[in-house]
Ligand binder design. Sequence first.
Ligand code: UD1
Ligand code: UDP
Length: 363
Amino acid sequence: MKNIMLVFGTRPEAVKMCPLVKELKRRNEARVCVCVTGQHKSMLKQVLEAFSINPDYDLSIMKEKQTLFEITVSILNNIRVILEKEKPDVVLVHGDTSTAFACALACFYLHIPVGHVEAGLRTYDLYSPYPEEFNRQAIGIMAEYHFAPTEKARENLLREGKKSSAIFVTGNTGIDALKTTVREDYNHDLLKWSSGSRLILLTAHRRENLGDPMRQIFQAVRRITEDYPDVKVIYPIHLNPLVREIAGSVLAGEERIRLIEPLDVVDFHNFLARAALILTDSGGIQEEAPGLGIPVVVLRTTTERPEGIESGALVLAGIGEKSIYDCVSGLLSDKDLYERMSRAGNPYGDGKASGRIADILLR
Ligand code: UD1
Ligand code: UDP
């Protein structure tokens, strides 16, 4: 029996890896071992609980306001003994986090093959997103199997010289997750509060946006709320204290803006499904919202998800107060533009990505 180990540590990796863990376990054709690094703590726990996954190992590395040095070094040091004990035939990592990078590096040092889930996304700007673009490219160098969500991601990998026999286009496992969480009959007190208004769901957390860009993002949101009385905003704030300080200083005290704790993934997906608009610098939400027909204003200067821009589901607003205000205001005022974005469709998969990855791994 093959020994497959999956390693992840942050909220988005968990959302996208849990469907694959479940699929591999369901087939019962390999030993499946789950190791979480605990790069995130409660935000990771929220996802593990939602998908009923009990990890075999938890490195519990999270510290408040942790640095990239601390994350990388503590994962490298802690995961070695687990890899040496488990001797997996393959280790699966996801995306572009420091958990994924450090784990792939540990596997490389120990000559353990790595499968990279969500491989091949690129901006080719190492500082945007930072440090994720570097992480994803570096994992690409170390990985033996590349599970690319889209044809474009596959083309990036081919251009970089990866063997075509090592690349598999599977769709994104995030869409698999979405298929299990959104419910017609869902309700929540906050959705009752926002009913009758146009709901903007906001998320922002990127390291490169901390400081002035994030302040400008929030100022734009505040102005939108002041100028559009039929708009209400819900912002589940990331637990990073640096994000919370800026959000509190710019957005607190506005009657039509609710600053709340991170939602668990079932709640978040259902809020998303009922929003008029999502404003976000998140990666995963750029894939989920088009899956639900919700237009996305991307609060960044670049995106490694160009498929959504090309289909018309996403619009890149930049990180300046004026450019964001103009973009959101345009969408709130122009019904045709809004409808076109809502109908753009979802280029990120059919919800069967985990099944395809499992087929390949177990073959
Ligand atoms: C990390 C990933 C980023 C991903 C994001 C998803 C890296 C370098 N960054 O960034 O790619 O988009 O996760 O959210 O891998 N915190 C808590 N509790 C939690 C989670 C975080 O208190 O459950 C606080 C801690 O103070 C922590 C800080 O948030 O130090 C930052 O967490 P960290 O994982 O370093 O960075 P993120 O910005 O979350
Ligand atoms: N998400 C969640 N609760 C929230 C906000 C986001 O469960 O309050 C989910 C969201 O649906 C997506 C993932 O978290 O699956 C995105 O995580 P994040 O934005 O933190 O990271 P990124 O995708 O940018 O790496």
